[in-house]
Design a protein around this ligand. Sequence first.
Ligand SMILES: NC(=O)c1ccc[n+]([C@@H]2O[C@H](COP(=O)([O-])OP(=O)(O)OC[C@H]3O[C@@H](n4cnc5c(N)ncnc54)[C@H](OP(=O)(O)O)[C@@H]3O)[C@@H](O)[C@H]2O)c1
Length: 306
Amino acid sequence: MKLTFCCANTPPEPWLEGLRAALPEAELSVWESGAPPADYAIVWSPPQVMVDQQPGLQAMFAIGAGVDKLLGLRLPPGLKLVRLDDAGMAVQMAEYVCHAVIRHFRDFDAYAAAQRDACWAQREPRRREQFSVGLLGLGVLGSRVAQALRAFEFPLLGWSRSPKALDGVQCHHGADGLNDFLAGSQVLVNLLPLTTETEKLLNRDTLGRLRPGGYLVNVARGAHLVEADLLALLESGQLAGATLDVFRTEPLPPEHPFWHHPRITVTPHVSARTLRDESIAQIARKIRALQRGESIAGVVDPVRGY
Ligand SMILES: NC(=O)c1ccc[n+]([C@@H]2O[C@H](COP(=O)([O-])OP(=O)(O)OC[C@H]3O[C@@H](n4cnc5c(N)ncnc54)[C@H](OP(=O)(O)O)[C@@H]3O)[C@@H](O)[C@H]2O)c1
């Protein structure tokens, strides 16, 4: 079995070392133009020429959960594109989102500011039963985040494409379910894949339909959000704040207004990192399953876009 590694901005050696240990029978290479044919590729932002020059590929394994950038490639019909499912990302996402939600719920930013002024000022507690958290996306990450948030007894809502039943979550689905979902949510957490249907879904209209004092946590993709609309809604007071991990342009340019906005928290796309060992173990397991002719999880449907 031949495996080629083609991941932009990723030093290959630690990956190759892990892959050698996990799949000792595999012949490994780092892809370069004109390389001999491989059966499987491990990829992140590969160039089109890699796909074109590897007609024997059976599957391409992305080292991320979101494959929006890869769907821009022209892929031959039989080639499976496989994403990471969880591989250690779900618990990280749960940490990040719980932190952002609780920081807002408990007014920790205000206490940090008060400490800077040596000011002892207790604030009125928010009412938990009114602090509803809506999760856009109830897939691998969204359902793990819901499980974590449930422990804090916030009212939870969720929105997905197909109907879902999740313990403790009021589930909505499809375009018809979006309005009720938004109208019932005060905090909105975005965990959708970026597709033609979900691009710019976070805009003046949808964010404006949140309950008063709405708050946005965007941990999916920057292109889900119309950035100027968020700024306008913060300016008008319709939204209370936002925690943003992903941006239309990454790295976020130094002059971008999000950096210094008093009600926006910025992190540099770190809410759920790809963990190398977990990812290698998952990819190796899936390659072995494919070799045995079994089906695997995480195969991307190019029509659906995720
Ligand atoms: N910031 C980071 O560090 C980071 C890290 C990892 C992932 N991510 C982002 O997180 C996203 C989600 O990952 P995941 O593993 O949870 O994906 P997933 O398992 O594929 O779940 C996607 C969820 O979104 C729903 N959905 C998709 N299109 C929809 C639409 N048009 N309308 C309503 N619901 C829709 C799906 O509905 P169904 O259940 O009905 O299919 C599903 O519940 C990734 O695509 C990636 O962009 C970000």
